[in-house]
Design a protein around this ligand. Structure first.
Ligand code: SF4
Length: 81
């Protein structure tokens, strides 16, 4: 998978541990940075495809990514029949 987008992430400008918060407030701080990131869509897709279950990626928390993956599984099973 292409990871060139990583070099353009907003998170390159801040401490990496910001994206591995321990509480909801920390998640909001990370999400604020992701909201201004030009590669957030690629970042989110990378985390989903690689089943990364720690940290904020593409503006989504672990819980939000689990929800997205669940929705995708449901819609795939509906379309497959
Ligand atoms: S979306 Fe967030 S975690 Fe992903 S590259 Fe951008 S700033 Fe970093």
């Amino acid at each position: 998978m292409n990871t060139e987008w990583m070099a353009r992430g907003k998170c390159q400008e801040v401490a990496p541990d910001i994206f591995f918060p321990s509480d909801g407030m920390g998640v909001l701080v990370a999400q604020k940075i992701c909201a201004e990131c030009p590669v957030s869509a690629a970042c989110l897709e990378y985390a989903l495809e690689n089943h990364i279950d720690h940290g904020v990626w593409g503006g989504c928390s672990e819980r939000e990514r689990r929800r997205i993956l669940r929705r995708r599984r449901v819609s795939q099973s509906v379309s497959v029949g």
